[in-house]
Design a protein around this ligand. Sequence first.
Ligand code: NOJ
Length: 692
Amino acid sequence: LEVVTRQLREGRIGSVLNQVNVDVLNELQRVAVEESRLGIPLLVGRDVIHGFKTVMPIPLGQAASFNPDVVRDGARVAAREAATAGINWTFAPMIDVSRDPRWGRIAESLGEDPYLASMLAAAMVNGYQGDDLSAIGTIAACAKHFAGYGESESGRDYATTNIPENELRNVHLRPFKAAVDAGVATLMASFSDLDGIPASANEFLMRQVLRDEWKFDGFVVSDWDSIRQLSIHGLTANDRESAYEAATAGVDMEMHGNAYSNNLEQLITDGRVSIDIVDTAVANILRAKFRLGLFDHPYTHPEKLPAIGDDDAFDAARQAALQSVVLLKNDRQVLPLSADGLESVALIGPLGDAPYEQLGTWIFDGDPELSITPMHAIHDLVGRDVDVRYVRAMETSRSHSVDGFDEAVAVARDSDAVVLFLGEESILSGEAHSRADISLPGAQAELVKRIRSTGRPVIAVIQAGRPLTLSNIVDEVDAILFAWHPGTMGGPAIADLLFGLESPSGKLPSTFPRMVGQVPIYYAQGNTGKPATPEKAMLIDDIPVGAQQTSVGNVSYHLDAGFTPLFAFGHGLSYADFRYDQIAVSSAEFELGGTVTISADLSNDGDVAADEVVQLYIRDLAGSVTRPIRELKGFQRVRVEPGQTIRVEFQLEADDLAFYGRDMTRAAEPGQFHAWIGGSSEAQLRTSFRLV
Ligand code: NOJ
C-alpha cells in the first residue's frame, strides 16, 4: 500500500483494481485528489460479473431468462452492492458470442445468438450504469472481450481465433455495437489472436470499427497483461514493440502490465508514437472519470446506499434464478411434485447442498453464506411433516468413488419422491477451465443408473456452467431441470419449480449437442449445398456393410450423431400446455422504410398459468452472401392463464433484416423471407413475406 500511495502522489497511477476495502479506497482517493499533482480521482475496477455479494445466476443462465428486465435488475443490484465498497468500474458485461460449450467462459457469456446477446448486453449496461453514471450506486461497465474470444479454437481458453470479416461483423461484433449504442463507458480488448493480429494490437477493431464506424468515445483497456503477451503470441520481439503496437492500435489503458509505463515515453521521444495518441487515450479515460462524477464526489459513503443482500437484492436474484431454469424434459408430467400427501423425499447428489458451488464462476466477492441451497429451500417449502433425506453420495461432482451409492439407492427406494442434484462444480467452468469432455463428470452417470434401477421416477436438477452432453443419461431420467449455476437464491427458485409454485420458463440460449464431436453446433447455421433431412441422414448402424462410396445423394451430417442437437436453442418446457396457431403476416410484401407485422395465437391448454418466451425467427432465402437457416429476430416473455389465448405480435422494419453483404456494408436486401413463431428454434408454424 505504501508503494501505491507513493506512486499515486507521483501521479503514476490512474486506476486501481482488486481492492475492495472501502476505507482503503477512500484513503487512496484522498491521496489522488489531494496530494497528487493534478488531483485526478481514481478508477476502481473489479470483476463484478454476475453479482457482488448477492450473486445472480451465471450470465449464461441469465440469458436463458430471455428477459432484459431481469438481466438489468441483476446488474443494477450488483452495481450498487459493489459501489458500497468503493468500486466504480466493473469488467462486465462479457458479451462474446460463443458456440462452443467446451469453452469454460461460455458460462460468463450470453450464449450463441447475436440478437439475444445484443438485447441483454444493452440491458446489462443499463443496469450497471443506470441513466446517469454520476448517480450514487451506478458504476461504469466494460463490454468485453473485444473481439472474437468466443471462437477460441477447440474451446480451449486463450486459443487462436480466425474469423472472416463477414462472420465477425454479422455475429461477433453485434453485441458490442449494441453495448456501445447503450452507452457503455469502456471496452476491454481480448486476450485472443484474431486472424494473425491479436486483439490488443488490432487497429481494425479499435480504430476502424470502434472509433470511425461506431463513434465510441469511452476508453479501451487491455486485458490482464495482454499487451506484454503480444510478444508471447509472436507478434512482437519485446515489450517496447508491444507497447508500440497496442498504443497505435488504440488501446487506451494497460491493465496490470508495465509495457506502457516503461516504454511509451521513449517511444514518444523516438518519434514513433505521436503525443496525440497519448493525449487521446488520456482524454478518453478522463471523460469516463468525468461521467462517473468522480471529480465532484470521489469518496464512497456506504451508508448512503442500500444494505448488501437486502430484500431488493434477494428478490432480483430469486427472479433471475426462477426465470433462468430450463425444463429440458418432463416425461409423463412427473414434475411438478406435489407436497400433498408426500411423506418423504430423497435428495441425492453432490450439488444439493453446496452453497459455494451454486454461485458459479467469477464470484470474487460472492458470499456463500448468503446462499440458500436446494436442500434448505425444499425443507422450508415442504414443512416439518415431510421427511427430507439428503444423501450427497459423491464428495464432489468429479468423484469417481461409488462408495456412497448403496446408501443413496436405499434411501431412494424408501422415499416417495427422488430428486438428483447433479452437474459441475463451479471451478469446472470459467476462465482457463475448458473441458474436452462435457458430459457429467465423475461417477454421476453411474449414480443415475443406480437410482434408475430402483424403478422410481427420476428427476434430475443439473447445475452447470455450460451446456452438457447428456445423451448417456437422458433416457435414464424422467425429468431434467437445467439450473445452470443459479446463484445465491438458486435453492428457493429450484424448490418453487420442483413443487409447482412456479412453472419453468427458461429457454436455452445455447444449443445442447448430443455429442461433443458435433461442436460447434448452433441453430443459425448455414444451409450448405447438401442439407440433411431425416430420410437422408442414415446412422452408422443402418449403413449396409460393404456399401460403395458415391458422390450422389450425400448430405451434411455425422454418421454417429445425425444432424440435430439433443436440445435446440430456445427449447424449454413448461407446466402449462402451450399451443401456437394462426400465424399471419400483415402484408405479403413490404417496402424499405415500411414495417411488417408477424403475429400468432398462443393458447394455454393446460391448467396452470405460466410465462412463455415466444420467439420469432426469420430466414432470408437468398442474399448476396448466404444467410443462416434461421435467425432470431424477436422474443417476448408473456404470461398466459389457463384456457386463455393471446395474440402475440412482432413488428419488423427493413433494418431488422439488414446484414453485412459482399462489400461489407450493412443493408437489407429485397427478396423472399420465411418467418416462424413458436417456443423454440425448431418452431414449425411458418409464414412468408417479401421485402421489395
Ligand atoms: C482476465 C479476464 O480475461 C478478464 O475478463 C478479467 O476482467 C480480467 N482478467 C481482470 O480480472
